[in-house]
Design a protein around this ligand. Structure first.
Ligand code: SF4
Length: 298
């Protein structure tokens, strides 16, 4: 049984209340803008009281452990709490393409994905919308939602908010984009990106442990980390892999991704303006293996 179904209705309601209250002086993510989103103010993520959703539907392009036979039920939240210069979805993440959904509408989207047979509800870029997600979840649970939640984040999450998700989120899927704070800030706009992501990933692993799959090979619980290899080792892959192997677990399921291409504002940065080579990708995997990580994907 998924975590949120084991939780009492009173406890879930208390988590919703605490999360919504955080919007008043917003510290819902690690940007800590301290704007009053309940009063209509907007901070770095340009999102007010309601979540903006660009689309939802079964998705077959995610990791096999999430997709299974009927797909991962993705919900794409617009307006990211990072501003990656090379973002491949910048119309959604930076331009806010989508529409505001009430808690009831978001709950119905979750239920629709479950009815379509999706193996999970995959919350894409959820960090700035945790209160709205919890409000919707509270309603959806009463209507029978029972598939695992996947928290599919850029990794810039606030610890107090992650603690509110303990026992609710079964599968955490953070990126660790950069293994260096300075480089991370240059390309994401987020201060101390690596430091924050490390704390967040450790907290996620403390809550759910290494990735577990069922008899069909579909993820039921645990941590799945994504790392995008960047040209010229801009992502500082060795630091990321060392951290995972030593401070999280050598059994961490890591997707080492090769699909970087220059998008959005990447053309302004000569070092971001090419794809990676096959050799760079091989080296990144080799580094991960040398660090002792043995659950590499693909
Ligand atoms: S969610 Fe994060 S980025 Fe958005 S206003 Fe709150 S602290 Fe700022």
């Amino acid at each position: 049984m998924v975590g949120y179904r084991r939780m009492s209705r009173e406890e879930l309601a208390a988590r919703v209340e605490k999360a919504v209250e955080m919007l008043r002086d917003c510290r819902v993510c690690a940007q800590v803008c301290r704007v009053n989103r309940l009063g209509g103010e907007k901070g770095f993520c340009r999102t007010g009281r309601l979540a903006v959703v660009s689309s939802w539907g079964p998705h077959f392009g995610e990791e096999k452990v999430l997709v299974g036979r009927y797909g991962s039920g993705t919900i794409f939240f617009a307006n990211c709490n990072l501003a990656c210069r090379f973002c491949q979805n910048y119309e959604i993440s930076q331009c806010g393409e989508g529409r505001e959904l009430t808690a009831r509408e978001l709950a119905l989207a979750m239920l629709e994905l479950q009815e379509m047979g999706c193996h999970n509800i995959n919350l894409v870029s959820p960090s700035h919308c945790v209160p709205q997600i919890l409000e919707a979840l509270y309603l959806a649970v009463q209507e029978g939602l029972s598939v695992p939640l996947v928290y599919n984040t850029g990794g810039y999450d606030a610890l107090p908010v992650l603690r509110l998700l303990e026992g609710i989120v079964d599968i955490y899927m953070p990126d660790i984009k950069f293994g260096d704070d300075e480089v991370g800030e240059r390309y994401t706009g987020a201060k101390k990106y690596f430091t924050v992501a490390k704390q967040a990933v450790k907290e996620m692993h403390r809550q759910v442990g290494d990735l577990e799959v069922d008899e069909r090979g579909i993820a039921v619980r645990g941590l799945l980390v994504r790392h995008l290899v960047m040209p010229g080792d801009l992502a500082r892959t060795a630091a990321v892999m060392e951290f995972l192997a030593r401070e999280v677990s050598p059994a961490t399921f890591v997707n080492i991704m090769a699909q970087y291409y220059p998008a959005h504002e990447a053309f302004r940065y000569p070092e971001l303006s090419r794809r990676i080579t096959a050799q760079e990708y091989r080296e990144a995997r080799e580094i991960a293996r040398r660090c002792g990580l043995y659950r590499l994907y693909p």
